[in-house]
Design a binder for this molecule. Structure first.
Ligand code: CA
Length: 230
């Protein structure tokens, strides 16, 4: 696996490169946005890790240019802690996932493995399927085993986020940021209530189905939730 890391903080870049190489990745480093973009477009990397704040050209612009060039490479963005709007803007620009700084190296590895496993978002159609679950991202509708789910706005957003990260444990903080765009003002209670509503609808659709398929939201105690599809 060949990675490009676009990061101007030399110490962090060197640390990440060493760690990733110990894990068997081959890592190129670019120290600014312009150089990074040129390298990303010139080479067939398996994934890009792009810092938001970069000299010459910011990370979001690099992502936009890479996507505009038709590249479907998985992209992980690094954002500063608290820059919630950056995270949303990064995903809108075409990044597949983000990591708030500071992060644990193991967490970066886990995100990277997940990104390399799943097809990049840009390759996905408006309608995509995860197990027995079908989502129409344009109409914001979902069906399970052919049974249409009657979802509230946030229930749909939550389900789509789960479906984009199937079988991965997602913390409440990450859910708050990705689904509500805000980790600070969304209470755990709001998240739990939304999950509970979505869970009931999934169970309801499956009990109505003649051939029930195992799609369920599991609680991982002390960590968060995961959409189990297998
Ligand atoms: Ca930076």
């Amino acid at each position: 696996m060949w990675l490009l890391l676009i990061e101007d903080e030399t110490r962090l870049a060197t640390f990440l490169k060493m760690g990733l190489e110990e894990e068997g990745y081959i890592v190129d480093i670019a120290g600014d946005g312009a150089e990074g973009e040129a390298m990303a477009l010139a080479n067939a990397y398996d994934a890009l890790i792009i810092d938001w704040r970069l000299p010459q050209q910011d990370g979001k612009t690099v992502v936009e240019h890479v996507r505009a060039a038709g590249r479907e490479v998985p992209i992980l963005m690094l954002t500063a802690l608290g820059d919630v709007e950056h995270r949303v803007a990064g995903l809108d620009a075409g990044a597949d996932d983000y990591m708030p700084k500071p992060f644990k190296f193991e967490e970066l590895l886990a995100r990277l493995r997940a990104l390399l496993r799943r097809p990049p978002l840009t390759m996905q159609e408006d309608v995509f399927q995860v197990g027995a679950l079908e989502l129409d991202t344009k109409r914001r509708q979902a069906a399970l085993g052919g049974t249409r789910l009657d979802l509230r706005t946030k229930e749909y957003a939550l389900l789509e986020d789960f479906a984009r990260h199937p079988n991965e444990v997602v913390s409440r903080t990450v859910i708050a940021e990705r689904v509500w765009g805000d980790a600070f003002y969304v209470t755990d209670n709001v998240i739990d209530v939304t999950i509970s509503g979505l869970r009931q609808k999934l169970v309801g659709a499956q009990s109505a189905s003649p051939a029930p398929q195992a799609v369920r939201i599991e609680t991982v105690r002390g960590v968060g939730y995961r959409l189990a599809t297998e």
